[in-house]
Design a protein around this ligand. Structure first.
Ligand SMILES: Cc1cc2nc3c(=O)[nH]c(=O)nc-3n(C[C@H](O)[C@H](O)[C@H](O)COP(=O)(O)OP(=O)(O)OC[C@H]3O[C@@H](n4cnc5c(N)ncnc54)[C@H](O)[C@@H]3O)c2cc1C
Ligand code: FES
Length: 288
């Protein structure tokens, strides 16, 4: 297909873009490299707003002729005028997305899935535990909570990165760490000479945490290897199962509960999740 024909196809306005299966065309407004492998893309749909969504929900991003991938929305629904995706180059599709520049047109389906229950968190203290690229969906939640700061109690952010150079959203991380109304704790797995902070897994930060478990909700997103140790720490703090929320990653194709690629013991991760409470998954051996 010629590039002009492709552009024409991409700019076709779908009559009924509320059909959940259809992609809508988004334009990249800005692409900002954050690390050697991660790029933050700011986008806007050509035919309207992204609509309402919850932190933790995801979209399906297409690269025509290459493939389609699930990516979490990393900006808060309270920030209007576009939305942001932070993409790590992991393989062919994500690499192709990160090669796009401002002006590029991208077919996107969604938002899909169930995000973090920000209503349940109202009036509670909130503990956010993020590892690596897991900070992307958590940034949406953090921005959301900070935009409605008075509705929430204490906010704890426990963030673990592999190395200091791999920290995403460095300017925001710096501003969170200096806010008096946030308990911000950070660690790296492998320090460099300049690093003065904590070294070790994200679980090593729990040592500093003091919360009232019955009034606290926890939100967790990171590499799968992090989940069991984090769960143990949250159980040690005696958080109720229904107040611990985990965002799960599974291979996804349709994103809508049709193909079965994302099943966790018969549950559709794309539709019932990706965010599920521990009360919902504790009986599912495939979850963690
Ligand atoms: C709900 C959800 C939200 C996500 N949010 C983000 C995000 O905000 N930013 C981001 O960069 N990535 C995110 N991902 C992961 C992203 O979808 C995968 O990195 C992408 O599908 C890889 O596709 P690829 O063609 O580039 O690489 P491939 O060639 O398909 O794979 C490259 C490597 O990544 C692994 N991989 C592929 N898909 C997944 C997956 N779903 N889970 C774990 N490992 C995978 C493969 O095993 C392989 O090792 C998310 C995944 C899910 C399910
Ligand atoms: S990705 Fe198809 S059912 Fe979940």
């Amino acid at each position: 297909m010629s590039s002009s024909a492709l552009e024409e196809e991409l700019t076709t306005e779908y009559e009924d873009w509320t059909n959940l299966f259809l992609p809508r065309t988004a334009q990249i407004l800005k692409s900002t490299p954050l690390t050697a492998t991660d790029t933050l893309h700011r986008l806007r749909f050509q035919n309207g707003d992204i609509g309402d969504y919850k932190p933790g929900q995801f979209v399906m991003v297409s690269m025509l002729g290459i493939g389609e991938v699930p990516i979490s929305i990393c900006s808060s629904p309270t920030h209007i005028g576009g939305f942001e995706l932070c993409v790590r180059s992991a393989g062919t599709v994500t690499q192709a997305i990160n090669e796009l520049n401002a002006g590029a047109l991208v077919p996107i389906r969604g938002p899909y899935g169930r995000g973090f229950s920000t209503e349940k968190m109202v009036g509670h203290d909130v503990m956010i535990i993020a590892g690596g690229i897991g900070l992307a969906p958590m940034r949406s939640l953090i921005q959301y909570l900070l935009d409605q700061r008075s509705q929430y109690g204490e906010i704890w952010i426990l963030f673990g990165a592999k190395r200091p150079g791999e920290v995403l959203f460095q300017d925001e991380v710096l501003s969170w760490s200096s806010r008096p109304d946030i308990h911000f704790l950070m660690t790296v797995d492998i320090a460099n000479r300049a690093w003065r902070g904590n070294v070790g897994p994200v679980t090593s930060l729990f040592h500093y945490v003091k919360v009232d478990p019955h009034n606290t909700c926890a939100a967790v997103c990171g590499p799968p290897v992090m989940y069991r140790p984090v769960l143990r720490e949250l159980q040690h703090l005696e958080l109720p199962d229904a107040q611990m929320f985990f965002s799960f990653e599974r291979r996804m194709k349709c994103g809508l509960g049709k193909c079965g690629h994302c099943l966790i013991n018969g549950h559709y991760c794309c539709k019932e999740g990706p965010v599920l409470s521990y009360a919902e998954i504790r009986e599912l051996p495939e979850a963690m």
